[in-house]
Design a binder for this molecule. Structure first.
Ligand code: ADP
Ligand code: MG
Length: 240
């Protein structure tokens, strides 16, 4: 499977030990291929954010295996995982997480600089990424000068800059009105269509409809793995 970007094999995550431990994920199998956007839905506490942090190498699973672009994370050192994360993965969060004292261009350049590129060489790819989300003309603005939707598009540019291939988005539209949210999803979709892969955690079935596949989590287990349409079948799948 040359197109496979991410694979979770039997991933379980337990927080804490003993009586107070919480099992957040149980035996999760999930594959994301190039050109594929997978939506993850489920109630609050069902394990969606845990799934993203494990997929992104921010947390080691209690059992099971995470494979990113063919690299088994269990076989890499913490330092190698950090490098892989910087080069291959981008995160987008609900609250944008831009650095207020940096311009849009500097925010987008940051992952490349962290990877050792001098700013003058990071600028070109960062401008390209801003152009992809339609904000090249805002490169010198600070986050506080930009709307919520623009800030989130900058966060997407930061997540994909330099050709990183896997975008992990945790309720990226949660803080946006629905029109702005759709614009952000359109950007995410177009990055995936251009050859990236993505996981989109969302509560909103209309937003999940932008995905190629929807995965439902309940109590840390995948309970259904469906095509996004028809919407009625999707809502039945939630089991309410
Ligand atoms: P979701 O994103 O779907 O709301 P989470 O992955 O955040 O779900 O949480 C899954 C479960 O794990 C919940 O029961 C939550 O309380 C628990 N949990 C999440 N993070 C931690 C943590 N750092 N320590 C202990 N329990 C946690
Ligand atoms: Mg969450």
């Amino acid at each position: 499977m040359g197109d496979e970007l991410l694979r979770l094999d039997g991933v379980s995550v337990q927080y804490g030990h003993g009586e107070t431990s919480v099992t957040a994920l149980t035996g999760v199998d999930l594959t994301v291929s190039r050109g594929e956007l997978v939506a993850v839905m489920g109630a609050s506490g069902s394990g969606k954010s845990t799934l993203l942090t494990v997929a992104g190498g921010l947390r080691t699973p209690t059992s099971g295996e995470v494979v990113v672009e063919g690299h088994y994370l269990s076989q890499l050192s913490a330092r190698q995982i950090a490098t892989l994360r910087r080069r291959s993965l981008g995160f987008v969060f609900q609250d944008f997480n831009l650095i207020p004292s940096l311009t849009a261009l500097e925010n987008v350049s940051l992952p490349l600089e962290l990877d050792g590129l001098p700013l003058r060489r990071a600028k070109r790819p960062a401008l390209d990424a801003l152009a992809v989300v339609g904000l090249a003309d805002r490169a010198d603005r600070y986050p506080s000068d930009l709307s919520g939707g623009q800030q989130q598009r900058i966060a997407i540019a930061r997540a994909v800059v330099g050709g990183r291939s896997l975008v992990l988005a945790d309720e990226p539209t949660g803080a946006l009105d629905s029109t702005t949210g759709e614009a952000v999803l359109r950007m995410l979709r177009s990055r995936v269509d251009a050859g990236a892969g993505g996981i989109l955690v969302t509560h909103d079935a209309r937003h999940a409809a932008w995905a190629d596949r929807i995965v439902f989590l309940r109590d840390g287990r995948i309970v259904d793995d469906a095509q996004p349409t028809p919407i009625t079948a999707l809502l039945d799948g939630v089991g309410r």
